[in-house]
Design a binder for this molecule. Structure first.
Ligand code: HAH
Length: 337
C-alpha cells in the first residue's frame, strides 16, 4: 500500500473545502491506477491537459473528437468533481484549417468568427453542465517586445477585437460557467502591467469576462514570487475579477537553467520546494475571497509537461506527489495549517 492510500494522509480537497476547489490537469490514462486513486482522494476539479484543445477536439472542419473529454467527464461525474474548460482561443495547438479558405489562402474574418462560434457552441453544449470555468482566451499578451498583444492567426485575421468577440460568443453558450482570460507570468511586473491594461480595456468595453487565470508555472528560486503574487492578486481583484490558479507547478530549475545532468532532485531542492509551496498556499488562503480554484498542472512527478519544457527530455519534479505517487514534503506543508 502506498502512503497516499493510507488513511493517515489527509485529503487535500477536503482540507481546502472552505477555501477553493483543488484541481489537476489530466489525460485519460490518469483516470486509472495510482493517478486515478490520487485524483479520487485529493482533487475535486479536473482540467483536460490537452484533450479539449482545438487541434484535439476539432481536428478538421465538421469533425469533432469527443472521446477523451467524454471519459474525463464521466470520471468527474462519478466522483463528484467539476471541470475547467481549456481552451478556446490560443496561438498554439490550433489546426491550420481554421484560418484557411478552400484555396488555402487566409480565410475571411467572417469565416473564422463563424468557425469559432461553431466550435464554442458545440463544446459548450456538450460540457457546460460540468464545467464551472472556461479559459476562453489563453496567452494573448505579448511578452517579448513592447507590444501589448501577441501576433497570432486569430489576431491577424479577425483584428484586435478577437478577444472581445471570443468572450461574447462564449457568453451565449456557457450557461452558468465563468469566463476566464488565462496567461503565464502574469503575476510578474512586466506582464502584470500589460495584463491589467488589456483586462481593464476589455471591461471598459463591457466584455463579459469574469476572471483571470494565473497559470503559475513557477520555480523554487524566484525570490520575488510572493511579493509579485500578492500584488497581482490585488491588482486583478481591484478590477472586480475572480482569480483562479490554473496550471500550478513549481520546477526545481530556474527557468534559465538548462542543465541536463541532474538525475534526481537534491534534498535542498525538495526542501526549498516545500517551503515555496507552503508560502504560495499561505497566500492563496489569505486571498480566499477572490481565489475560487487552484489547479496543479499534473498529478505526480511520474509525468509532467515540465519533463519537456523548457528542455526536451530533462526530468523535472514540480508536483506534490513523487514518481511513486507518494506525497512529498510540499504536500504535508500545504495541508498542515
Ligand atoms: C501552458 N503554457 C498552456 O496553457 C498549457 O495548455 C500547456 O499544456 C502547458 C503550459 C505555458 C507556457 C509557458 O509557461 C511559457 C511559454 C509558453 C507557454
Amino acid at each position: 500500500m502506498t502512503e497516499c492510500q493510507n488513511g493517515a494522509v489527509p485529503s487535500l480537497a477536503e482540507k481546502y473545502k472552505d477555501y477553493f476547489k483543488i484541481g489537476a490537469a489530466v489525460t485519460v490514462n490518469d483516470l486509472k491506477g495510482i493517478h486515478g486513486e490520487i485524483l479520487i482522494k485529493h482533487f475535486n476539479s479536473l482540467t483536460p491537459e490537452n484533450d479539449m484543445k482545438f487541434e484535439r477536439i476539432h481536428p478538421e472542419e465538421g469533425r469533432y473528437n469527443f472521446e477523451a473529454v467524454d471519459r474525463i467527464k464521466e470520471f468527474a461525474i462519478k466522483n463528484n468533481m467539476q471541470m475547467r474548460g481549456h481552451t478556446f482561443v490560443w496561438h498554439n495547438q490550433t489546426p491550420e484549417w481554421v484560418f484557411r479558405d478552400r484555396d488555402g489562402k487566409d480565410a475571411s474574418r467572417e469565416l473564422v468568427i463563424e468557425r469559432l462560434r461553431d466550435h464554442i457552441k458545440t463544446v459548450c453544449e456538450r460540457y457546460r453542465d460540468i464545467v464551472y470555468a472556461w479559459d476562453v482566451v489563453n496567452e494573448a499578451v505579448e511578452d517579448k517586445t513592447e507590444k501589448l498583444l501577441r501576433d497570432s492567426n486569430w489576431r491577424r485575421i479577425i483584428g484586435d477585437d478577437y478577444i472581445k468577440i471570443a468572450f461574447e460568443i462564449a457568453k451565449e453558450y456557457v450557461g452558468d460557467g465563468k469566463l476566464f482570460y488565462n496567461d503565464y507570468n502574469n503575476e510578474m511586473p512586466y506582464k502584470l502591467e500589460k495584463s491589467y491594461k488589456l483586462l481593464k480595456d476589455l471591461l471598459d468595453k463591457d466584455t463579459p469576462i469574469d476572471g483571470v487565470g494565473i497559470q503559475a508555472h513557477w520555480n523554487i528560486w524566484d525570490k520575488n514570487l510572493i511579493d509579485n503574487l500578492k500584488k497581482a492578486i490585488e491588482t486583478y481583484a481591484s478590477l472586480g475579477l475572480e482569480i483562479q490558479i490554473t496550471e500550478l507547478d513549481i520546477s526545481v530549475f530556474e527557468f534559465e537553467d538548462r542543465r541536463t545532468d541532474v538525475l534526481e532532485p537534491t534534498q535542498e531542492m525538495i526542501e526549498l520546494q516545500a517551503k515555496v509551496y507552503e508560502d504560495v498556499f499561505n497566500v492563496f488562503r489569505e486571498y480566499k475571497d477572490v481565489i475560487t480554484s487552484v489547479t496543479l498542472w499534473g498529478i505526480s512527478d511520474r509525468h509532467t509537461w515540465k519533463d519537456n519544457f523548457p528542455v526536451i527530455g530533462r526530468k523535472d519534479w514540480p508536483l506534490l506527489f513523487d514518481i511513486n505517487g507518494n506525497p512529498k514534503k510540499a504536500f504535508y506543508r500545504i495541508v498542515n495549517f
